[in-house]
Design a binder for this molecule. Structure first.
Ligand SMILES: [Zn+2]
Length: 68
């Protein structure tokens, strides 16, 4: 089973749909860091792409990725 990520990546004003395969095929459950407020995956340097602001460590919750 492949792990899939669905969503959009913003390049400037253009939103491009993305469907990414995980880099690894292992079955390990991946621990994700999500913004506690809206449950969006936290980007590099702990920035929430939805809220468009930096996030403090105490605003981050951990969640497991689910597979269908
Ligand atoms: Zn957020």
């Amino acid at each position: 089973m492949h792990t899939m990520w669905k969503g959009t990546i913003s390049f400037g004003l253009v939103n491009i749909p993305v469907k990414l395969h995980a880099a690894t095929e292992n079955k390990d459950i991946k621990l994700r860091q999500l913004h506690e407020e809206c449950h969006s995956p936290v980007e590099y340097e702990k920035r929430c792409p939805v809220c468009d602001r930096d996030i403090e460590n105490d605003e981050i919750v951990k969640a497991y990725e689910c597979q269908k």
